[in-house]
Design a protein. Sequence first.
Length: 426
Amino acid sequence: MRKRDSAAQIFLISGETEHFFSRTALMYLYMGHMKYKNIKPYEDYFWGKNRLQLVYDWVTGIDFEEKTLQLQQHDSISYDTLILATGSVANKYGWPGQDLQGVQGLYSYQDLEQMEANTISCKRAVVVGGGLIGIEMAEMLRSRDIPVTFLVREENFWGNVLPKEEAQLVNRHVLEHHIDLKLVYELKEILDDGTGKVGGVVTSAGERIDCQFVGLAVGVSPNISLFKDTPLETNRGILVDEYFATNIPDIYAIGDCAEFRTPVVHRRSVEQTWYTGRMHGETLAYSLTQKPVPYHPGAWFNSAKFLDIEYQTYGVVPARWGDELQSLYWEHNEGKICFRAMFEADTKVLTGVNAFGLRLRHDFFDKALRNGSTIEEVLARLDKADFNGEFFDKGYQQDIVRAYNEQFDASLPVHKKKGLFSFLRS
């Protein structure tokens, strides 16, 4: 907004931290890889230099008719346009003992501080939930040599998102890192040690696991408690149109807290990834300062890291599929690198890609998905998608093409692997 409007007064209000930080890097503070100053994308002088007024406080109420915000410590602030970006909160499902000391999720900076305090003398921890936050919490705890039991209710890790082969690859990797992965296990109860702190858990199988910390990683929900019983229309999140407008004039919502009334095709109504939040902000800023433009995010993508294995996904790769789709799957014989491509059975048009242990170029697959490229067109140019380091073994590209030829009785040419010096020259 500031780049396009030099005159507007812009206030950013947050009680979480004094300055903006990279939320996805919180785990590295706990693990000792980085310090807080390292996860702030901008130097502290940036805000004043660009006349962005930071208000370090919590909003406690909104008067939509008077267009004012009530704050916990400061005087109220009036606004002309209000953008709500209140994020998410960790899910809880009413388990007995879920409010004991030592039981928590991981989303905010305050959660990180709480985790620091709750694990000071922890002898064993339990993490509940087989998703991205769960694997991060397990890795954080193991970095301090705290034994971890990981309860996952599905048959495989993240089994509601990943196809079976990818999920089992992650299963093996988790076990290799000495994390006690228990599949098809659910949390039944969290036990009090007699002092108001967690002393253990009981699983749905009746097994008791003694522990001093329970990490709840069973997803997040839009943080909309501030807007309950107000004129602002909400469902799971704050309801918005394709321009991020709510039902109240001059009120917009972006990021984790926003829920699209009509989702973009192949997209969820609530998008809870860092890059979609950034795209929400950029799109809305353009609409407010230039001309209204609808949200067109392009093909879905996401990336993460499962301990030592990097993960990327582009387009639509369902955990299970019917006859309308076909799947190419290749896995390296060491079991830590794999590639999956989904495509339409009748046209062979690519619909999505998963990659584990490989680095693929986003622009390559974004263009292929937008242009309706076929699987064979993609495989013929797969070397152009490579984004691995200079000394990374390039042989997987040829292996993937061979796997396609074998699985689908095809005869795509298999290009010879380039030598080291020819690769460096190219």
